[in-house]
Structures are given as C-alpha cells and as structure tokens.
Unconditional design. Structure first.
Length: 362
C-alpha cells in the first residue's frame, strides 16, 4: 500500500500554522510507503518529499502546475494495487476539486481522504465576491461527497458540513506532534525581553490577527502600561508599532517560541473572526502556557476543566484575567490528559485504523 499526502502550498519545512499541522500529519501518519507532494516557490526534493515548483505563491501559478502535480502522483502510484490519496484543505478548494475529479475517473482502486481545516464556503462568504463564493460552494460540495472520507476539525464544523452538503464527516481535531514539540530545545531570543509581557503569536498579514493585535494595542495596552506589562508579538510581519510597550520580534524559530511561552505571563488570543482551530493555542497547551481567549478563538478545543484557560470577550474581562495570571505562579508540569485530544500521533492512529477497515475491499 502506498500513500500520497498532498498540500497545495509549501508545508515542509513548515512556515505557518497550517504548514505545521500538515507537516506533523505527514510525519505522524503510520504508513511506511508514504510521500508528501507540495507546491512551492523553493525546490525541495527528497525520497519522501516531491516539490512541484511554482513561480509565485499565487492561484494563477498554482493552476498552471496542477497537472504536473497530478502526473507526479500518478507516477508514484504506478503498478501499486492499494493506493491512498490524502488532500490537505488549507488552500483554495478548486485545487482539491480538480485532483479528485482526475483520480476518480482515471485511476482505479484509489481511496481518497479530504482533510478539511475549515468550511471554506463560510470563509469565502465572509471575504470574497459572489462568484468565488458560488463556485466554492459547488467545488466543496463535490470534494466532500466524492471523497471516501472527509474530515472536520470540530463538532461545529461537522454539523456545518452536514447542513451544507448532507454529508457526515470524520472528526479529526487539529492536532500537533506532541513528542516533537516537547522535545524542542529552548533558545533564548537575541532581543532583550521585558520582565513582564503577554504573548501574541500570528502574522499581522492575516486579517483576524490584525484585528486582534489592533484590539490589544488600542484597548489593553493603555491599561497594561500602568503595570509595566508589555506585548510581545511573533509572526512573519515586519510592521513597526509606534508604542514602546509593543515589541515585534517578527519571525522566530520554534525553539525561540517555546522560550517565549515559558517567559510570558500568558498567551493572549482576542480573536473575533477566524476558522478552524488556532495552532497558537495548541502550542501553548503543549508547552503548558496559560491562555486567555475569546470563545471564538478557542473554538474546537475542550477547555472547561482547564484552570490555565480563561475565556474573555471584552476589555474588562481581558484585563482581569491578565491580572489574575500575573499574580499566579505557573505550573510547569504538563498534564497528559489535557493534551491527549490534540495528539497528532494518537489521532493519526485512530484515523488509520478507520481507513484500514474501509479499504479492505480495495
């Protein structure tokens, strides 16, 4: 049995939260004969990774290379009786639509899994024009219904897929490779950090993150300044914030991010719009940082019994939660029970066993 895992962006090495999830899934998927296929501006090929290079990370350049990607997968599957094709969802649904359309009609004995990271139609409805929204609905309906298994990251999205496309999806929560993240050696950042700071992780280029950062600066920083509490931001953006209490570290390594989590008062997530599960929260859970989030920000994560997570949806509650965590000493002992549900290794094992039962007739 061979397995091809496909991402329509550069997921390895990971540079984004979505890339981290896809990369960790590939590494954790318990099949020996597996290969990652990706579209990227940078060429990176190895025995287990095939990169189709594109001129720029734009839809038009990806469309021109879709056929090359499909033919590379077809060649990989040549002369193999049992084939599993896994398509990762954090890209325009059109790419998955074209790929599934090809393999459904031109390849025999292939089992297709679509791993959604969100309901894309809901994203397009809020951010795109009517034509793109309409086409996305058609493409996503096809992908969800013509895949042998389609997954969802939360019960809310599972119900959403059922309502929109009348299809029951397999619940696969957004997860990370816990063992790998826990074993990362901490690295101190080069820039001197303040004694007290809250942490926000995420690119300012992504609209929900921009809204969240602007919210912190406008509504929370004026009050936090009085207590000499700073805001430290990480993410691949170089914007300068005109406040001495805001420190933008731009892109940091995973080792540096782990260090920041340990040193910070908490991770702050004032997200009011967003889709799927926030990877920044999963990282904070694994590294045992405290979290203050809106209900929207923590969707898809079971937090009711976790004392290190506080839900806040307005300025007063945010400030109260920050003050509470500032006065409270951190507990660095990680509870295995708290993070079991977000274990990529465990969730991959469960899905693999489910798939094996379904593929017996291939």
């Amino acid at each position: 049995m061979k397995c091809a895992i496909v991402t329509f962006f550069d997921s390895y090495p990971p540079k984004t939260g979505s890339g981290r999830v896809c990369s960790d899934f590939f590494l954790s998927w318990p099949i020996k004969e597996k290969k990652l296929f990706q579209l990227s501006e940078k060429k990176l090929n190895s025995k287990s990774i095939k990169t189709i290079t594109i001129k720029k990370n734009r839809p038009i350049f990806k469309i021109f290379k879709i056929l090359n990607l499909i033919l590379a997968i077809k060649q990989y599957f040549q002369n193999e009786k049992k084939k599993i094709l896994i398509l990762e969802g954090p890209s325009w649904i059109f790419y998955s639509f074209v790929t599934i359309l090809f393999f459904k009609y031109f390849q025999k004995n292939i089992f297709i899994i679509y791993r959604s990271h969100s309901i894309e139609y809901e994203i397009r409805k809020a951010n795109s024009n009517l034509l793109i929204c309409y086409l996305t609905n058609i493409f996503e309906n096809f992908v969800i219904n013509y895949s042998n298994i389609s997954t969802s990251v939360s019960n809310k999205e599972k119900m959403g897929f059922k309502r929109l496309y009348n299809k029951n999806t397999y619940l696969f929560p957004n997860s990370l490779n816990i063992k790998k993240l826990k074993n990362f050696k901490e690295k101190k950042t080069k820039r001197k950090l303040p004694k007290k700071f809250i942490l926000f992780s995420g690119s300012y280029d992504y609209r929900p993150n921009k809204v969240a950062i602007d919210y912190i600066i406008k509504y929370l920083i004026p009050e936090l300044i009085k207590k000499k509490i700073f805001l430290v931001i990480t993410g691949n953006h170089k914007i300068k914030f005109y406040s001495k209490n805001v420190i933008n570290l731009n892109f940091v390594s995973t080792s540096e991010l782990k260090y920041l989590h340990r040193k910070s008062i908490c991770l702050l997530v004032p997200i009011f719009e967003g889709y799927g599960t926030r990877i920044k929260i999963l990282e904070a859970l694994i590294w045992n940082n405290r979290i203050i989030s809106t209900e929207k920000g923590i969707e898809g994560i079971n937090y009711e019994k976790n004392r290190d997570i506080i839900i806040a949806n307005n300025k007063i509650k945010f400030l109260k939660a920050i003050n509470l965590f500032q006065a409270k000493k951190k507990n660095y002992k990680i509870s295995k029970q708290k993070i079991k549900s977000i274990s990529m290794e465990e969730n991959c094992r469960k899905l693999y066993n489910f798939v094996i039962k379904k593929t017996d007739n291939l």
